[in-house]
Design a protein around this ligand. Sequence first.
Ligand SMILES: [Zn+2]
Length: 475
Amino acid sequence: MGAAEVIPFEEVRARKQWDTLRYQLHERFDQWLDTLETQWDKPPSTLSEVTATVWALRQQLTGGITETIVAHVQRGEHDRTQSPCPRCNRRLQARELVCRTVETMVGPVQLERPYFYCRPCRVGRYPFDEAVGVVAGCKQLDMQKAATQIVTEVPYDTAQSLFRDLTGVAFGSERLHTVTNQVAEGLTVVDVAPSREEITRRVAAVAAGRWRRPVVVLGIDGAYVPTRPDSAREPQEGRRRTRAKRARWRGQWRDVKGFRLYLLDEDRIVHLLRWHQVQTEEQLGEALRQVKDAGVLPAEQVRLCVVADGAEWIWKHVQMLFPQARQVLDYYHCAQYIHKIAKAHYGPSLQSLEWAEATMTRLYMGRLSAVLGGLRRMQPTSDEAAQAIANGWEYLNAHRGRTHYRQLRRGGYPLGSGGIESSHKFICHVRLKRSGAWWYETNSNHMLALRCAKYNGTLDQVFVRYQQRLRKTSE
Ligand SMILES: [Zn+2]
């Protein structure tokens, strides 16, 4: 009985609170209508005239409403008179109320909050800000997130104008740079990897109704991006006038090494995880190890297979970290060797084409020994042909164990590394390779990490981490 009496009282209280807020919001709206009225000396008639007017005043309304709601729900923090010092725990008395305006996607929001200061520790704080979760600087997390979404797709200058035109909020190009690099700072493959639960869910979806465990492909490959040395950074403001007009640095194409884990579902690829960075072989190996140690891949529920070209460094890491994985030499890289031989040996002729096709078919049927034997028996027609034949033989022989294409096909394994190559194109080239764009290595890696996160579906978790980091540094 007692409880039954309490609930209606709580309800009444909540109702009253809501009524108060509602009244305040109406007041806000009225203020906005006053502004609107002054803008309308001549009433607009077309839809675009109306939307243009509302668009121009929109932030004022939505920002204002937000301000009212925040002030309402954080009334306790606003009225707070005491707070402990974060350092010595001494009880501090509230000083004056200080106004601060922050920028959000819905417009500027003004916050009025009490200031606390500990004289002995020389520490000031705003408990209100911590309760509301505002971050240092004007631009709040929602804006930073939107900015990240856009700069990971288009160059900074375009991002700046798109941002302004589509949201009505200004975000300078330089600030976009800073925010991007701050958000991406220190990201590792584990930070941008989906959780084990999420990956297990995707595996289960593909496994449903199948009698064999699904194949997870690990594709590893390299690509090139244009970089510039750190020495190309602009001198400090004061020295800018003396800067030479022509660039003193020389751009360099650097190797982006990347890997991608994906599921095969018939002819479809179900993406799991990718990671691309300008990095050394060792760093790539380390990233692979982190993925393994984090246990995000439910190894016992899948058949792991690694597809790559002939690069020795790749197989070294694979052998060490995933010794049980099926190894596949990219079939299309074999084709390149075979076509080179055909061209050198037979010249541009029908015979050349026929030989190449027959050889590729033999490989496809898993008859590597026949192919190797055939290469041995060839009588090279030139030095060039001899070299091509020797190269092809060595290549195929070195990767013997990775060319059982017939068995692999039966097992449902892929023959080609298209999944990682398309990932390189999509993650690196689309954003980083633009005419005139030369990237500092750090910035290119930040951009790559964010693009990986975005298309791994983990940008939200990257922002949670970012927010935690900001909180830690502000403490
Ligand atoms: Zn103190």
